[in-house]
Write a protein of this length. Structure first.
Length: 343
């Protein structure tokens, strides 16, 4: 079963796993809510002691147990090095990850402390401001700097970006994809595999850092949902936010423009450079790095348009229209117009 293709209402295997894992973490499931579904199902609940808990259930056919353990080791390392990131909770057996056997296959379950903060909507919330963006840049830099000191075990490691399942173009190609588009994407990906990977510019990255994946409380930022984390170019953690909120038609903020995106980028970079190095050559290649999230979005979203239309809150510019925009973008050979003059 591929959870990218599961309709929002069809969560029964995940609810089966949820029921089985309750005893592992002493959970009270009476008021459990589904927070999001997609590559994983994420639930909010409380422990028997009344503590807020996040439960994440991953389909074993999509995420290998070893890969998930690598993520949890990474999070533990970041926390011990002063980063404010989502905190794993050990089960009663002292495990960060429990595997549930169901008729359809394995489900891997992990639990996290639920941070008291809230996500900030960049389109409507005045808290989305220069100070927030600078603070976010600092937190990203701390994650990158601490990650450079981590050597994960070979059998519990994260994957390079090019080996991740979400970046694989299906062969044979699914009928929903435009073959002319995927041909161009495939050619570009082969080029990217030849890019240099210098230290500090390439390493473990979050790779999904949009407004929904960090929480804010009294100016304090906690970065959450490291599931897409991989080895990639560090600027990936800038371009995902820019692409999602300032370019992608279904999600972009009102009055989005290259100049506004450039301002947002400049504030994030300013905060980042207070904590870690960022070379000008990294910024000069942003337009090419930003092509990577367009590919990821297309490959994941295209087979399940209705699902993602609902997951994105039924935006006025539909997901189908946004995917058509991505297709036209690739067919035209354009590049993202990113204003870096403000940096």
């Amino acid at each position: 079963m591929d959870p990218n293709h599961v309709p929002v209402a069809d969560s029964s295997p995940y609810h089966d796993a949820l029921a089985e894992c309750a005893a592992h973490w002493a959970l009270d499931l009476e008021d459990t809510e589904l927070i999001r579904d997609g590559i994983n199902h994420v639930f909010g609940t409380v422990s028997d002691a009344g503590q807020p808990v996040i439960i994440r259930i991953s389909d074993g056919s999509v995420r290998e147990r070893s890969e998930l353990l690598g993520e949890l080791l990474w999070l533990d390392h970041l926390i011990r090095h002063g980063c404010t990131v989502t905190t794993p909770i050990e089960s009663r057996r002292g495990e960060w990850l429990e595997t549930i056997e169901l008729d359809i296959g394995e489900m891997h379950v992990s639990c996290f402390k639920r941070f008291a903060g809230q996500s900030v909507n960049p389109a409507t919330n005045p808290a989305w401001n220069d100070e927030l963006l600078q603070n976010l840049g600092r937190e990203i830099a701390r994650v990158h700097r601490a990650s450079d000191d981590l050597q994960l075990p070979a059998d519990e490691n994260r994957k390079p970006w090019c080996d991740d399942k979400e970046m694989q173009i299906p062969d044979p190609l699914l009928p929903c994809y435009n073959p002319r588009v995927t041909e161009k994407m495939a050619a570009f990906l082969e080029q990217v595999k030849q890019w240099p990977t210098p230290s500090r510019q390439f390493g473990l990255v979050h790779r999904d850092l949009h407004a929904g994946n960090f929480l804010v409380e009294d100016g304090r930022i906690e970065i959450i949902d490291f599931d897409l984390g991989c080895y990639g170019w560090r600027t990936w953690d800038f371009v995902v936010l820019l692409f999602g909120h300032y370019y992608y038609p279904s999600l972009r903020v009102p009055h989005a423009s290259p100049e506004l995106a450039g301002h947002v980028l400049s504030k994030m970079v300013s905060g980042y450079r207070e904590e870690y190095t960022l070379e000008r050559e990294q910024l000069d290649s942003l337009d090419e790095v930003m092509l990577l999230p367009t590919i990821l979005n297309y490959l994941v979203t295209k087979p399940a348009i209705e699902h993602w239309q609902t997951a994105f809150g039924n935006p006025a510019t539909t997901v189908a229209e946004s995917l058509a925009w991505i297709e036209q973008f690739w067919l035209s050979g354009e590049r993202m117009d990113i204003d870096t003059s403000q940096i």
